[in-house]
Design a protein around this ligand. Sequence first.
Ligand code: FES
Ligand SMILES: [Fe+2]
Length: 458
Amino acid sequence: MNKMDFPAQGSTELVPDADVNSPEALAPYVDNGTDLFSTDRYVSEDWARAEWERMWTRVWTLAGLAADVPEVGDYFKYDLGPESFIVTRCGTGENDIKAYYNVCQHRGNRLVMSEFGSTTSFKCMFHSWEWNLDGSLKNIQDRETFREEVVADNPPLTEVRCEIWAGFVFINMDPDAGPLEEFLGPLPDHLKAYRFQDMKIVKDLETPWPCNWKIGHDAFIEVYHVHAVHPEILPFFHDTEAQWDCYENGMTRQLLKFGEISPKFADQESLNDGLKMMLGEVDVDPADFDGEPNEIRKFVQQAKRKWAEARGIDYSAYTDNQLTDDWNYGIFPNVTFNAHPEGLLIQRFRPHPRDVQKMTYDLMVLIHPVPDDPNYSVPAYMGVEEGTDLSGEVRPERRYVEYGEEGLGPVISQDAYMMAYVQQGVQSRGYKGARYAETEQQLRHWHTELERYLNGEK
Ligand code: FES
Ligand SMILES: [Fe+2]
């Protein structure tokens, strides 16, 4: 199927004259068929086991931020399903970051228990075996009490692949995996303008959700649910005319227009409060705007350029549309990026170590710091609380929030609320499997890729 045959509710090419190599170009449609998608993926322990063996242990996943290990000896812990990893800086070079399984080679104790830390060596709390930052063995306590054959190999820590893109540390348990850059496909190129490596973290939160990790993830690579779950954003968010692109390796994206009224919103004529807010954010008094509401998006794009220039902020690398829109990427298998010129919302969906019906949801917000500017804000839906230090000078502590507790921000809380009910519903004998709209083609693309891993095609 080419895009000409495509029904009206499918992807909209937002920049019809975009060069094929431009980040804004519409990707060729990927036909992933029309089959229903089985529900065992959300409830079956066999499925979860296969997923671990055939997918999780073979893909690159986002472990954390290189900025969290600035000095030699700094480390952070990254837990994924039943595994735990240590990511540490072992030298001063930009890429001198290594990752190890977080396990002592003596009797298997976890080496590191804290989320973040700084050390000169990794010493086990059980019998004091010790390793250097580069993973080589430093000391075996009372070594003379071991028969030499037992320790002759001076067991190092078991290393996992570790690569960095734009300040993000990814790891891969598969020693034979291809490089990260190849896995990410066109994403690094598309997202270059945002300079993620220069952003600073201002929000870091972790919360357990009572659902399979894929139920959580599914809800964030589509916007079909916006009219029902987040109707308050319809006055300034076009939820039906978006560009949906699918790429190799299960990667997806949505180019989502802010600054246009959804056709599902009743009042198409008035300059509503949402649009006024967008004008205010770029220092334009709504009273001074004499155009039509449907001209706001383009107007704000130009106003934001001037707004940035006046503050010495360099927005020259961004396209006009990037200045207003949400560039929303699904990074297979378990991360979404919502990129804006001001900042980036990262969501990560991690499987529970044992229970297929539980997951961990991680939320991080990064921003380009602008000290001493009370007018600088990040998009409201990101849930950055008022009073948050936006200077980027203080790394916020990671917060642990129970399901249903405040902290996610109003929009994501609305999504979170649904999750428990979807998990219950998909187990019903009365449910036959997922049927996807073309506005949810990202889900079909993503689940097709997952099935390739499970079928042994990957
Ligand atoms: S388990 Fe680590 S030193 Fe014994
Ligand atoms: Fe949502």
